[in-house]
Design a protein around this ligand. Structure first.
Ligand SMILES: Nc1ncnc2c1ncn2[C@@H]1O[C@H](COP(=O)(O)OP(=O)(O)OP(=O)(O)O)[C@@H](O)[C@H]1O
Length: 579
């Protein structure tokens, strides 16, 4: 991306902090001006001492000299603290923006990008920007001011000191430009390798149970070692290049100082300069070194920041394919569900749902059966609008769901899958999903409604009981019971239970069934199940086979019809037919 567009992007986040930025520039300018005056004070002190001035006359220049040294440090420390503040304020705003943006992207995007990779973007790349955000303009500006000031003073002292200063500066810049480009490419490679490593770690920590159970630890460790070895090599190379660049700049700086020292010494020897002026010239030559290395560091930072910024701008440019519709709210109460000739595929040429049509009246329960891979979960994803079908229309409560605002649609659908999402925090946080508007009374009312009061007694601290990260410490059945309470609090018009009763002991299942009965009363529901018993409460049955409807109708009629597929499944009494 061009430097101009990079600055335009950054300015969005820096603009609200322009007051702080102005203060930073003022502090750094103040410090720079004082640093330019500092050698002049030194000259006056040395010359007066050499002239044999009495001690009281030396007190003032010595005091000024010390005060200037102290003030420079105070200004620099304040400027550093302020620039950190600017950096974190600006980048936190960017972090928040990116996190919001990424959370709003489609499921299709999240399938392609692991959480580890996204964390690296939202945190790693943004942290790289943090340094750059605060430092670049202020530091480079102050350095240029210092260099300009030093050269002006040197030329004022005579053409020779001016030319030596200019020569040493030009040499320093030329050396910097020659070597610093080497480390730039290396840094781009490092961030890419870091994202790859993060995503590998995240994926394998998430799947740790399988990794352990299947004895894949050694493979995972070997692969991680290979990734970190590559990362280390890249880092080592980049650091080596960076250190070389710093070394070259340092050598040119020393050469410049040496040239000035020789000049000052010879001019002092032939009586053209006082000792104070000779020392002053040397101090000015010394001052030239630091801004050159500051600019070099900032140039490196800029290259790193540019690479990070390029990736962030690209991420921000990804727009969700699923967007809000302009329609209004859904009606209260149970919602009908209609699919009209819906066909859907994730990838070109592989239909997952093929010309599916059905209608579910408000308040009825539909049981969906089908072998694994027949398209049941995909159908649910269409209802929640995680994807849009390529053909046909999905209606909920009579409205084409593409016309509905996404928040409205998703707030009226309650979905529970086998993997309930629980978070480290209190029971209250998990049930109210961190919504402070939901009161304890409302939570307890939902618990009573679902007949779970007795079961809740196991949580000794009531709603303050703590749940481990990712629901640690709870069984799958317990997590599902909590999910039911959570869902009941949102009062959805359509409840979807995806493979709900798998992996649960009989006692918990009985509790769960009763809670589900109570939750579904007065609501429309869709239950996906591999097991026939799970759909016994359903009013209608839909059997899917390879993305097409094999059978659909009222459960009682299908159960009586000896030719129906559902009947055959029941008489076979087999779970395997479905599994
Ligand atoms: N994100 C995806 N990208 C590409 N193909 C997918 C994706 N998700 C599912 N599929 C494919 O779509 C088909 C239907 O999958 P789906 O998960 O809907 O089936 P299912 O009936 O719910 O299966 P199961 O009972 O095993 O959960 C399968 O062939 C699957 O491989």
């Amino acid at each position: 991306m061009s430097l101009h567009s990079a600055f335009r992007f950054l300015w969005t986040y820096l603009r609200p902090l322009s007051g702080f930025l102005l203060l930073l520039v003022t502090l750094l300018t103040g410090a720079t001006v004082l640093r330019l005056l500092f050698p002049q004070l030194l000259r006056s002190l040395v010359d007066r001492t050499m002239e044999g001035a009495p001690l009281p006359e030396l007190v003032l220049p010595a005091g000024l000299f010390l005060a200037a040294a102290l003030l420079i440090q105070v200004l620099r420390i304040t400027a550093t603290m302020l620039s950190e503040r600017i950096a974190w304020k600006a980048t936190n705003a960017l972090r928040l923006d990116l996190a919001r943006h990424v959370l709003g992207l489609d499921l299709a995007f999240h399938k392609e990008h692991t959480p580890g990779e996204l964390i690296e973007r939202i945190d790693g790349d943004v942290t790289v920007l943090a340094g750059f955000f605060s430092q670049f303009v202020a530091q480079v500006g102050a350095s240029l001011l210092l260099i300009g000031g030093v050269l002006v003073v040197l030329f004022t002292e005579g053409p020779l000191p001016g030319l030596v200063g200019l020569g040493s500066f030009a040499l320093g810049i030329a050396a910097m430009l020659a070597v610093s480009s080497l480390s730039v490419k290396a840094w781009a490679g490092i961030r890419a390798s870091s994202a790859e490593m993060m995503s590998f770690v995240e994926e394998h920590i998430a799947g740790r149970e399988e990794v352990k159970a299947l004895g894949a630890d050694r493979y995972v460790l070997r692969r991680l070692m290979a990734l970190s070895a590559r990362h280390w090599r890249l880092r080592w190379r980049a650091r080596a290049l960076e250190t070389t660049a710093a070394g070259v700049t340092y050598v040119t700086w020393v050469l410049g100082q040496f040239a000035m020292l020789l000049l000052a010494w010879s001019l002092y020897r032939n009586g053209s300069l006082s000792l104070g002026t000779a020392m002053m010239l040397f101090f000015y030559a010394d001052l030239l070194g630091e801004p050159i290395s500051t600019i070099r560091n900032q140039m490196d930072e800029m290259q790193r920041a540019r690479a990070a910024l390029g990736r962030l701008v690209k991420l921000k440019a990804v727009s969700p394919a699923i967007t809000d519709g302009a329609g209004g709210a859904l009606r209260d109460g149970p919602l009908s569900v209609t699919l009209e000739r819906v066909s859907f595929q994730y990838e070109e040429g592989r239909l997952v749902l093929n010309d599916v049509s059905f209608h579910l009246e408000p308040g009825r329960t539909l049981g969906i059966l089908g072998r694994t891979g027949s398209g049941k979960s995909s159908l649910i994803r269409l209802l929640c609008r995680f994807y849009d079908p390529q053909e046909g229309t999905v209606r909920i409560g009579g409205s084409d769901i593409r016309q509905l605002p996404l928040d409205e649609l998703r707030s009226r659908i309650g979905l529970i899958s086998q993997e309930v999402g629980l978070f480290g925090g209190t029971l209250r946080d998990n049930l109210a999903l961190f919504n402070p508007a939901i009161t304890d009374e409302q939570i307890w009312a939902a618990v009573h409604r679902l007949g779970l009061t007795g079961w809740f007694g196991r949580f000794e601290d009531g709603l303050d009981s703590r749940i481990g990260p990712a629901g640690g410490g709870l069984s799958a059945g317990e997590a599902q019971l909590l999910a039911l309470v959570r869902l009941s609090l949102r009062d959805p018009g359509l409840v979807i239970l995806d493979e709900f009763t798998a992996r649960i002991d009989p006692v918990t299942e009985a509790l769960l069934q009763r809670a589900v009965d109570r939750l579904l009363a007065g609501r429309t529901a869709i239950i996906i199940a591999h097991r026939l018993t799970t759909v016994e409460r359903a009013d209608d049955i839909l059997v899917l086979d390879q993305g097409s409807i094999l059978e659909w109708g009222p459960r009682r009629i299908l159960a009586r019809d000896t030719r129906s597929h559902y009947n055959r499944l029941r008489s076979a009494g087999s779970e395997e037919v479905l599994a």
